[in-house]
Design a protein around this ligand. Structure first.
Ligand code: ACO
Length: 705
């Protein structure tokens, strides 16, 4: 019996807390946590637990949690791993709602059993477990700091969910330097029970949280994660740092928090699908969080660049293309708006160049102009240090023009480049939470993140398209294969699954005699292909079990005999179920469509350029399988070979609608038939518009459970 999901609030806003392993010895984690709760202004009841009794900072200790008469919302466990089970058991028996286990030494070092045992016992009593291997929870709205952070936590609007404890503590330090206040921070550690999905449920509703930052090494329950992220990104931007991109990084993550990093390409695709903003580095993540927390959302896509230097303007233009920031292009309006602020030898084209002679007053004029224009929605303000600029007015000019942008509800980001005066101004202004950066790309990437989030809110469509598939028939095919001791379907069974799902397949039939094969060939129409059907012969061509381009009855009869003879010679005792007679598929564009049940991210769909070069070309795109046709079309359009479907050199466009339908069918199969773990259709031969496709080769892997 797990506690109800909505009780997660009491993990962040408890009314009563216990610290099991509270210590009066400064330097011990059990002391730091008790001190932070007491001195952090927590308004609820605090129960330090220590068998020796005594008091910590004036708060009396209890010898055991059973001695506490009150109900406890959260018990922090900071006793060594070998005592952890007993400590958690006592808490669970008492009915504590949450235990947060600070202690290390569980699945991250291979002690998986002990971790399972703790969670299983706790959950059986309705107690949820945070951690183990964590540094605790801070929540501004709960006036609650149960971390062992050495520094005070600055109050603000960013909530951090982090899988890594050490990085989380370092982030707390960095938030102070960056003046980025936190509304919450929670360390998830090994995620033995409570994970991102649970915590998102709290922070997405928390009034003090404007932006969420997640550091993730691996996801454990992908379907829940995707669902929670989809809900949360509708309400607040989520910036995500996902490590384990490289092979070695993934191995490091596995030994750090016991996580499998999973495929980075798949995570990346799902991040885009669910509206997550994936940052490359910690600095980028912090920049985005601050910018998203303080900037108004743009009401349109027209951005202007104002600069005093051509070079920096060109760099910003490149950066805009990289980060998807669109530059306003109406030359007449640009001239009208920026003309009064631009000398004759400058340029009102976007980037607007007010030239190297510009003083603070000129910047003020030029940066005020877009705040008054209805046609302009966002500004990138660039400054290169010049000898003629009145440097003492740099910071005040930026503060003033930032204020004007805020007042007009328009975002602005500044990039200022130069020596010590400029660098000092960056530090000073950033402390005041003005979005100023010493690098053009940093400023533009923030604007890009803001646009990505804003556009996502407008464009997103989380509806799921389900295809009509005959689940009962497919399950019967799986039952048959499993009864046969197989965890894969034979080619004809794979085709039968496709047929039951309405996917277009080549005409085929399995003949057990020459006469039957001839009958099928005449029904399908010549030319046909003949293939041996045998679970004992996986590589049919090697066994001489395939005959192509069969044009008439006599050739069917000859091929039947030749295949039987070859296969008997290849493997004398092979069980031969018959010979499949198939339509000889005509040439078209060859795609691959597949799906798998990812151990971390759940049901995933992929499509790409098919045929024999799949591995070499790696031209594939992924999505979470809970998707609609619009998403399937966007996935298809992502592959580099997409122009082949549109038709090149005067070719007709291919039947893209049918490809989209087929992707949805495959997505439906993987979502609705849990025993299917992998589907690969390669090639899917696609013909001209209106002429459909043929799923030629279908491989399906199944599992018992
Ligand atoms: N109930 C209550 N108190 C108990 C119990 C119990 N069953 N058993 C022991 N205690 C008391 C001890 O007597 C001691 O109190 P004292 O100081 O008055 O003697 C206190 O609990 C702590 O026990 P210690 O044996 O002194 O343990 P210590 O503090 O050295 O270590 C800890 C405990 C911190 C949990 C350690 O085992 C550990 O796991 N450290 C790593 C924690 C960590 O790094 N977590 C990840 C964070 S994220 C990151 O990477 C930064």
């Amino acid at each position: 019996m797990k506690a109800k999901k909505d009780s997660i609030v009491s993990l962040f806003q408890p009314k009563s807390v216990a610290i099991v392993g509270a210590s009066s010895q400064p330097g011990k984690i059990g002391f730091s946590i008790t001190r932070n709760i007491i001195q952090g202004g927590f308004k609820g009841k605090i129960y330090p637990i220590n068998p020796k009794g005594g008091a910590i900072l004036g708060v009396n200790c209890y010898p055991s949690i059973s001695d506490v008469k009150d109900e406890i919302d959260v018990a922090t466990i900071c006793v060594p791993a070998k005592f952890a089970f007993d400590a958690v058991k006592e808490c669970a028996d008492k009915g504590v709602k949450h235990v947060q286990i600070i202690t290390s030494g569980f699945s991250e070092v291979g002690e998986v059993e002990l971790e399972h045992k703790i969670v299983e016992y706790a959950n059986s009593k309705g107690t949820r477990v945070l951690g183990p291997n964590i540094f605790g929870v801070y929540s501004a709205s709960g006036n609650y700091n149960s971390t062992f952070s050495a520094t005070d936590i600055l109050r603000g609007n960013v909530a951090i969910l982090t899988q890594s404890g050490a990085l989380g503590i370092a982030m707390i330090g960095k938030t102070a330097v960056e003046n980025m206040g936190l509304s919450a921070i929670v360390s998830l550690g090994n995620k033995a029970d409570i994970d991102e999905a649970d915590c998102l449920d709290f922070v997405m509703r928390d009034q003090e949280t404007k932006v969420i930052l997640m550091y993730i090494e691996g996801v454990k329950d992908g379907e829940r994660f995707i669902e929670a992220v989809r809900e949360a990104t509708k309400l607040k931007p989520i910036v995500v740092l996902k490590s384990g991109r490289s092979k070695r990084g993934a191995m490091a993550a596995a030994s750090h928090t016991g996580s499998l990093a999973g495929s980075d390409e798949i995570f990346d695709a799902i991040a885009r699908q669910t509206g997550l903003l994936r940052a490359e580095s910690l600095q980028e993540a912090f920049n985005w969080c601050k910018f998203l927390a303080y900037s108004p959302r743009p009401k349109g896509k027209n951005t202007v660049i104002v600069t005093n230097g051509g070079g920096i303007g060109v760099m910003a233009t490149d950066a805009c293309e990289k980060y998807g920031v669109e530059l306003y292009d109406d030359q007449l309006v640009l001239k009208e708006v920026f003309g009064p602020a631009t000398p004759d030898f400058g340029s009102t084209k976007n980037p607007v160049d007010i030239t190297g002679g510009a003083k603070a007053a000129d910047y003020d004029l030029a940066l005020t102009a877009p705040t008054r224009s209805e046609d302009m929605h966002a500004t990138l303000a660039l400054y290169c240090e010049t000898a003629t600029f009145d440097a003492e007015n740099l910071a005040p000019m930026i503060r003033d023009t930032y204020g004007k942008h805020l007042a007009s509800g328009k975002p602005v980001a500044y990039a200022i480049v130069g020596g010590k005066v400029v660098e000092d101004a960056v530090v000073q202004l950033r402390k005041m939470n003005v979005p100023v950066f010493p690098e053009v790309y940093e400023a533009v990437s923030c604007m890009g993140a803001l646009y990505k989030y804003t556009n996502m809110l407008v464009e997103r469509d989380d509806s799921v398209d389900d295809a009509q598939i005959d689940i009962a028939t497919i399950n019967k095919i799986i039952d048959g294969a499993l009864a046969d001791g197989r965890t894969f379907l034979l080619a004809n069974e794979g085709q039968a699954v496709m047929k039951a799902s309405g996917v277009m397949i080549p005409g085929a039939g399995i003949g057990k005699s020459i006469d039957e094969c001839v009958r099928f060939a005449e029904q399908i129409g010549y030319p046909v292909v003949m293939k041996v059907v045998s679970r004992d012969i996986l590589h049919k061509s090697d066994a001489g079990g395939v005959a192509l381009d069969i044009l008439n009855k006599q050739e069917v009869m000859d091929a039947y005999e030749a295949i039987m003879k070859n296969c008997r010679a290849y493997k004398e005792d092979a069980v031969i179920d018959g010979i499949e007679v198939c339509e000889m598929v005509q040439k078209g564009v060859e795609l691959i469509i597949g799906a798998r049940r990812d151990p971390q991210l759940g049901p995933i769909v992929m499509c790409g350029l098919g045929g024999i070069y799949v591995e070499v070309m790696k031209d594939v795109a992924f999505r979470a399988a809970s998707m609609n046709k619009k998403e399937a079309r966007s996935m298809l359009s992502e592959i580099r070979s997409y122009p082949l479907l549109l038709g090149v050199r005067g070719e007709e466009q291919k039947d893209i609608d049918i490809v989209v339908d087929t992707i949805i069918k495959v997505a439906t199969i993987i979502r609705k038939i849990p025993r299917i773990t992998d589907i690969e259709i390669n090639p899917v031969v696609v013909y001209e518009q209106g002429k459909g496709l043929k799923a030629v080769d279908v491989r399906i892997i199944i599992s018992k459970s």
